[in-house]
Design a protein around this ligand. Structure first.
Ligand SMILES: [Zn+2]
Length: 173
């Protein structure tokens, strides 16, 4: 009797396991076939439950402070360039520079100029290139410049080394 019970349990578990896989597969096929539908449903769910999801996220962060912090600082360590890029972009925005550019566009501009400072012609890694606004933010605002791009758009960005950038100040070079 006891043996039968055990046997049934094992059969049930096996059945469930096989069935579970079947269900999972079925779900996956459905998801693959109806990607747009599934995605829009997900987006709708996120939209309708924004507050709940945010609360859940905050709760998770609170309960897993150490893990989250560790993960964040590890990521920051590995992506120092990205972090400082975004910090700078926020700073430009705060100073009221309109327009924006991506880190890829900045990398492209540097590559286009052979990673060379346009002013002193020194090359990375001898120097460190920094983003310079061709028309400085203050000048742009002072003159209420109105071009078909913003001050912080890539068209107004050039690579200068730190010391050239610092000595440039408010001038145009
Ligand atoms: Zn330079």
């Amino acid at each position: 009797m006891a043996r039968d019970k055990t046997k049934k349990k094992i059969t049930d578990a096996l059945y469930y396991k096989n069935n579970k896989q079947k269900i999972l597969d079925k779900n996956k096929i459905y998801r693959d076939k109806n990607k747009d539908k599934v995605n829009s449903k997900k987006a709708e769910y996120r939209k309708n439950n924004r507050k709940k999801l945010l609360e859940y996220q905050l709760q998770y962060q609170k309960e897993n402070k150490e893990t989250v912090n560790k993960k964040n600082s590890l990521w920051k360590k590995k992506n120092k360039d990205k972090v400082s890029f975004w910090t700078r972009q926020r700073y430009y925005m705060k100073r009221g520079a309109g327009g924006k550019h991506t880190i890829e566009e900045w990398t492209d501009i540097k590559a286009k100029h052979n990673n060379t400072c346009l002013c002193c012609k020194k090359q990375e890694p001898e120097i460190k290139l920094t983003e310079d606004h061709i028309v400085p933010i203050s000048k742009w605002k002072e003159n209420s410049l109105n071009k078909d791009y913003g001050c912080n758009d890539i068209q107004n960005i050039q690579p200068l080394c730190l010391s050239c950038n610092a000595s440039k100040g408010n001038k145009l070079i």
